[in-house]
Design a protein around this ligand. Structure first.
Ligand code: C5P
Length: 228
């Protein structure tokens, strides 16, 4: 089974930049963590489990950040995350005969510390399901809030937070991306809409997506570089 990973790095990281001092930080996936860009950690974490990595994003930092790692040349992303995923899928589809993958993992370049066991579990689940994602159970009590007051307490027993890498049979995800209309925030949603089964494997609280500056403090702690 040939396995590819799409490594997403085409986001502008606006939430991260807006909340950083001066509001002019580079896109979050290039933030240095232990002296190396976040996306380089992400690529290194995936590399042992896949045959090829397709980066998406042509920010000038991408090539430097991934230098020396065994990645395909980056391709341009799109305005929305799903446009960037589709660009990665089309690049993999255009590889010469026999090189396109059987399965693809789609991973946020802003998630540097995906545990090896988690990636292996997603790949293993693809032998019996067309899609598989890591997710963690919601721990907090959930409130639906309207106009600043609680409208409802939402039962949380069946609620999970989706992470990446999300894995799929390659041809299926490619075809769903070609035909789907409307916004989605992850790839599993396309399979759900098409009535396809998506397995859920246990995610990890260490699989943090760098979104806000305080996430960087947690990531530094995981590295053992606690700032203070
Ligand atoms: O914005 P969000 O946190 O959901 O982004 C998740 C990942 O998707 C990031 O690695 C980001 O670079 C990527 N992305 C992308 N193209 C976009 C938007 C986000 O590659 N248009």
């Amino acid at each position: 089974m040939r396995i590819a990973a799409i490594l997403l790095a085409a986001g502008s990281g606006q939430r991260f930049a807006a909340s950083s001092p001066g509001g002019a930080a580079p896109p979050k996936q290039f933030t240095l963590l232990g002296g190396e860009p976040v996306i380089r950690h992400a690529a290194r974490a995936l590399a042992p489990h896949v045959d090829l990595i397709q980066p998406v994003g042509t920010h000038p930092g991408v090539a430097d950040a991934l230098a020396g790692l065994n990645c395909l040349p980056p391709v341009a992303g799109g305005a929305e995350r799903q446009d960037s995923v589709r660009a990665g899928l089309e690049a993999l589809n255009a590889l010469p005969d026999g090189q396109s993958p059987d399965v693809v993992l789609v991973h946020d370049g802003a998630r540097p510390f995906v545990p090896a066991e988690l990636t292996k579990a997603v790949i293993a689940a693809l032998s019996s399901h067309p899609g598989a994602i890591p997710a963690v159970r919601v721990a907090d009590t959930l409130k639906r809030v309207e106009h600043g007051v609680i409208a409802q307490t939402v039962p949380r027993e069946a609620l999970w937070r989706a992470q990446t890498p999300q894995g799929f049979h390659f041809n299926l995800l490619r075809d769903l991306h070609r035909t789907h209309q409307g916004p989605v925030t992850d790839d599993a949603a396309l399979l759900e809409a098409a009535g396809q089964t998506v397995a859920v494997v246990e995610g990890s609280d260490d699989n943090i997506k760098l979104t806000h500056p305080e996430d960087l403090v947690r990531l530094e702690r995981l590295l053992g570089h606690t700032p203070l």
